[in-house]
Design a protein around this ligand. Structure first.
Ligand code: PHE
Ligand code: FE
Length: 291
């Protein structure tokens, strides 16, 4: 079905045991650097007033707009000084245990490649624009930095307990597609949104999706879709609140989840703190495949 080009079962030729490869920054072509600049400029027309301060401040602190794809040798000293995180290159999606080990050690694995000029709007697998523009600015926020490390350690635990699908939903609805409250209104912080021109607008302004107050157990029961805009977004009060809530031992939650039914993406439950009740019109019309 999917045609991922960058998925391997064991570290491919040239990769280290932890699956990292050299960024080999000098190997990027001018077309590839131009793709970064195009995507960057496009997002910066959309994100002020939509992205969270944590994201926008991080973007500024890391200086990711020096012309072309950022050189990790220049980004890492800044990131490391702020929160102890670094970004490392991997050849593509890596196995769960490899991913968790990197996060647990404050290393964010990024794809080395960038999308082709005819894929500016949609691609299924994360490239360096999604990974670095989308994820890395949030790692400059001290609470988010702690959360991501804790997630890596929590992933190692969840794998042993057989509850990875549940924990993965937490990642999906926070790290990838999270919204948060701010004094000025809802803001985006999820990497899957901030790296997408269309979803940055859809997630905040479209009448279709539900926007529901974050509830840890509720999120861990909720299915998600990987092929189109989300039908539900979960809204945290603050990064501090997210961190505080996920510090708790998930053991009792995992026990309760064993017997709990999964929640479909469009469902609104009586106990949900509904921020926006969506029309679901976009999905009902066929989403990105609508005629
Ligand atoms: N507190 C979680 C546990 O006990 C670990 C975790 C922290 C998971 C933060 C995700 C995010 O497993
Ligand atoms: Fe991502």
């Amino acid at each position: 079905m999917s045609d991922f080009e960058h998925v391997f079962a064991t570290p491919p030729e040239g990769a280290a045991a932890d699956w990292t490869i050299s960024q080999d920054w000098r190997s990027y072509t001018q077309v590839e650097h131009d793709t970064w600049d195009t995507l960057y400029d496009r997002q910066m027309k959309i994100l002020p007033g939509r992205a969270s301060d944590a994201f926008l401040n991080g973007l500024k602190a890391l200086d990711l707009n020096t012309g072309g794809i950022p050189d990790f040798a220049l980004v890492n000293p800044k990131l490391k000084a702020l929160t102890g995180w670094t970004v490392v290159c991997v050849p593509g999606l890596v196995p769960d245990e490899v991913f968790f080990d990197h996060l647990a050690n404050r290393r964010f694995p990024s794809g080395q490649f960038i999308r082709k000029p005819d894929q500016l709007d949609y691609l299924q697998e994360p490239d360096i624009f999604h990974d670095v523009f989308g994820h890395v600015p949030m790692l400059t926020d001290p609470d988010f930095a702690d959360y991501m490390e804790a997630y890596g350690k929590g992933g190692q635990r969840a794998a042993g307990l057989g509850v990875l699908p549940q924990l993965a939903r937490l990642y999906w609805y926070t790290v990838e597609f999270g919204l948060m409250e701010s004094p000025q209104g809802l803001r985006i912080y999820g990497a899957g949104i901030v790296s997408s021109a269309t979803e940055s607008v859809f997630a905040l302004e479209d009448p279709s999706p539900n926007r529901i107050g974050f509830d840890l157990e509720r999120v861990m029961r909720t299915l998600y879709r990987i092929d189109d805009f989300q039908q539900v977004y979960f809204v945290i009060d603050s990064i501090e609140a997210l961190k505080a809530e996920t510090l708790a031992d998930f053991g009792p939650i995992y026990d309760r989840l064993q017997g709990a039914a999964d929640i479909p993406v469009e469902t609104v439950l009586p106990d949900d703190r509904v921020i926006t009740r969506g029309s679901q019109t976009y999905a009902a019309r066929g989403g990105r495949f609508a005629a």
